[in-house]
Ligand binder design. Sequence first.
Ligand code: SF4
Length: 708
Amino acid sequence: MALKKQPIDQLTSTCCYCGVGCGVVVNKEKNGSITLTGNKDHPVNKGMLCSKGLNLHYTVNDKSDRLLYPQMRYNKSMPMQRVSWDDALDRTAAVFKTFIDKYGPDSVAFYASGQCLTEEYYVVNKLMKGFIGSNNIDTNSRLCMSSAVAAYKIALGEDAVPVCYDDIELADCILVMGGNPAWCHPILWRRVEAHKAANPAVKIIVADPRVTDSCANADLHLQINPGTDITLNHAIGRLLIENGDIDFDFIKDHAEGFEAYSEIVFKNSLFDAAKTCGLSESDIRLAAKYIGEAKGFVTMWTMGLNQSAIGVNKNLSLINLNLITGHIGKPGSGPLSLTGQPNAMGGREVGGLANLLPAHRDLSNPLHCEEVQKFWGGKPIQPKPGLTATEMFEALNDGRLKAIWIMCTNPLTSLPNVRLAEEALKKAKFVVVQEISNKPETLAYADVILPAAAWAEKEGTMTNSERRISYLNKIVEPPGEAIADAEIICRFARKMGYKGFDFENPAAIYAEHVKLTAKTNLDISGLNYDILKERKTVQWPYKKKGPPDGQPRLFTDRNFYRPSKKALISAVPDTLTSELPNDDYPLILTTGRIRDQWHTMSKTGKVNKLNQHYKQAFLEIHPDDAGILGLKELDIVVVTSRRGEVQVQAKISAQIKKGVVFLPMHWGKILGNDLNRANNLTSDRVDPISKEPDFKYCAVNIKKFVKT
Ligand code: SF4
């Protein structure tokens, strides 16, 4: 009888892809490789994993693309040379000091990632804001969640997601807007599907210009015109008021702004709103009826609302529906923004964006700046927000910024109007790239390359979309001389001569972060690594002597974090400020994810199984538009915008709205060439408050490719 192969070690961790935050059990095999399964005891996924999570171990076992040692060159025409960690960090520190002395601290910047662990975010934020003396630390979460962050702050007083995933199973109406969770947050969506299957009376509404897999379970699909979300939400709000389906007591006692809101939603007739949105009046009425009848109402959204030049207002218009119906702060009800990255929320907790301070403190509040400066013992904190993601690359282009340190992200595929970012890196005086893979396009522009440890090669914590903090075990050693990102930043800080970066381990970094949260709304002063290792996962706030699993819901006492303790119902205008189509660029381009790839494919692109779903980039186009252009399925099309060009295969589908085309955002030079990169085309307009780019709307022209 063959003996069953036993792993030598079994440890828990959390999937490092999307913000659902599924728990995994990782088996370490005798040969040092790993296998994994979904963690049956984890409250998020109860053993389930999606295609990306199931194949996560391949990305760790395959070391063929890993960066193994630090590299450096003295000018861009030289080849990269292998160097020691000391040489790489000494030189980087010397260059940073020179720029800071000559041009000031705002001449350097860090651009990090929602994939960084909380401890990594903490130390880089402390280094930049507390010691270098600049707020030029931003992350790719700017491209993902910053509109939701700003909207929560305006509506509820703080960046605080009020609900937990268990509210899904308690809701009897779920409105999904600007998202395709069936593909992008699959395990959470399976919970929605299971809830609907067990309770057919539960109503699911999906608002999206495309017929996605998320529509398969919907009672109502509102196939709206791109950019018309606010008009739709206002029309639903108006009907809820007309039908008397609002919570008058909640509005009177716990909210402000209702009068101005009523005024604005009654400006547009239902007829006009339906016309603008490309919907029937009866469908909007039906949506309002489902919401009005619900005892528990959850709104769920992601990039369709966030990645917009009016992203904050779109978010506010949706949160308004929870507020006017009083569906917040009680089981089965509330707004649930879904984060695209595994630790976008953890980054926000430690202040890891150019306009934030730790524990949701505010840069514009002098008392908060003073408090953090005293705690860190560094330089006075500058009250002015630093450069955001897109602003950093603009500042490299015009010379204000001299040096950039890119950490754990691939901006040359993911930034909008990406040719500008390429120009920016060409002009940068000094570029540091801290990476796990030798594939990202940024490496070609680097002066110093620092090899980082990957998922499963370091310990730390992440927070998912429901404020759930999870502990990630270190399971295997990193290859070559790669080290954990937090250790890289701390070593660099010490080379710069700064005190306060001699942490013994990630637990010590976490303990410092915990101290800064005391007496804030994010209070996790009852938490430490021992508790996290034992319980694996808890939800913030986690106060001393609080519940052992933390707090599942916020605002159950209906006291919001605004000074008045009341939530704000915002009367937002529905004016679209995106780049509109015209005769030269007659179609609207929207970009997004596909089921089996994640971000710029530096990890998922390594897995054959995941590359089978779609082997190459494509342009989804409606049959009527394809007919006008004389296109057949799989024809190569040339897509142009005012900024660039893409050449990909046509995928003709009646599932997209006429006049709209869709390109997946994943492809770039890593698996292909720069002619399949969606961000050659996208607009560099950003939301004026959140500075989040308008990835979901720009004008394009399409022609059939003709060989010359
Ligand atoms: Fe990972 Fe997200 Fe899939 Fe869960 S749903 S396994 S967190 S990618």
